[in-house]
Design a protein around this ligand. Structure first.
Ligand code: TPP
Ligand code: MG
Length: 330
């Protein structure tokens, strides 16, 4: 059990409630046609809250695509996270003071980005740390091995976090690897690997804190496997009931990280129903305000979906951009 005073434990609970509220809202917006495809984070809140709390102010976050919780906790405005998933390029354009890379959907690409950022932090003598995320499925990509190997060899200041939510769309973990754990893959690269209960926010915080401090001292990277579960569908374009047993879902619903932390708080006399009511109201108000901010953004220019990709746009994309602009304006 890490040393956290009661107010920080309550902060963790608050962070997780905020995540659940904005995740739930995004699903509703999508069903109403006001949001694009959304990958839900329900069930994975403890990983994100625990890692975010262990990060220092100047540390860098390199997210994959299911890290909205940790992104918001690191300072990315929620309405911009929503904007990204509503198909708006401005969702990836926030203040440079927020040390967070944009969402990267290509599975596994984050491992190399994280190794690179961690290496650059080491070379520049910066004592900040890079924290990178990926899913269980992404560990089957070559990028995972290249990223971890490179980080190990060069002592990058990187902490790698696998959100092992048991599924990569419809592919279960046992079809992803023969290894007993994902954490043990770290040993092949000569770096520490630790498996934690990802639905236990204290375990996640403790492991992340130790790994981040270690990287900050220049002692090299760590791989953390957080064992959790995706309680929702892969995205709003998926129907997990087609490949996943109802009993499995029920079992994991019983391990909901938010319920677990709430029971802990209640048992310790740190939480009462009145506080829950106030917090829920606060969460819903914040989410509604952020939806308003999203919907008040002026429409994005059609060019924007082209202009963020290359420093110099290849001719075939320029042509496509031109024809889209003409079509939209005609
Ligand atoms: C390189 C690449 N291949 C395939 C896809 C399509 N795809 C998107 S998410 C996903 C599964 C990822 O599973 P996992 O890494 O476990 O992350 P999770 O979605 O469970 O968070 C796949 C195959 C992609 N985005 N990028
Ligand atoms: Mg997964």
């Amino acid at each position: 059990m890490p040393e956290l005073d009661p107010s920080r434990v309550r902060d963790l609970y608050r962070d997780m409630i905020m995540m659940r509220a904005f995740d739930d809202k995004a699903l509703k917006l999508q069903r109403q046609g006001r949001m694009g495809t959304w990958p839900p984070i329900k069930g994975q809140e403890a990983v994100q809250a625990g890692v975010a709390m262990a990060m220092g102010e100047d540390d860098w976050l390199i997210p994959a695509f299911r890290e909205h919780g940790v992104m918001v906790l690191r300072g990315v405005p929620l309405h911009l996270v929503y904007a990204y998933w509503a198909g708006d390029e401005r969702g990836s354009s926030y203040s440079e003071d927020v040390r967070c890379f944009p969402v990267a959907v290509p599975v596994g690409s984050q491992w190399q980005h994280g190794a690179g950022v961690g290496l650059s932090l080491k070379l520049s003598g910066d004592d900040a740390v890079a924290v990178t995320f990926g899913g269980d499925g992404s560990t089957s990509e070559g990028d995972f091995h290249e990223g971890l190997n490179c980080a190990g060899v060069f002592d990058a200041r990187t902490v790698f976090v696998i959100q092992n939510n048991q599924w990569a769309i419809s592919v279960p973990l046992h079809q992803q690897t023969r290894a007993e754990t994902l954490a043990q893959k770290a040993h092949a690269y000569g770096i520490p690997g630790i498996q934690v209960d990802g639905n236990d926010v204290f375990a996640v915080y403790a492991a992340a804190d130790e790994a981040i401090q270690r990287a900050r001292r220049g002692e090299g990277p760590t791989l953390i496997e957080a064992v959790t579960y995706r309680l929702g569908d892969h995205t709003t374009a998926d129907d997990a009931s087609r490949y996943r047993a109802e009993e499995e879902l029920k079992e994991w619903e019983g391990k909901d990280p938010i319920l677990r932390l709430r029971r802990y708080l209640e048992q310790k006399g740190l939480w009462v129903e009145d506080q829950e009511v106030v917090l829920q109201e606060e969460a819903h108000k914040w989410v509604d305000d952020q939806v308003k901010a999203l919907e008040e953004m002026p429409p994005q220019a059609p060019e924007e979906m082209f202009t963020s990709m290359y420093a110099e746009m290849p001719p075939h994309l320029s042509e496509q951009m031109q024809s889209l602009v003409e079509e939209v304006r005609s």
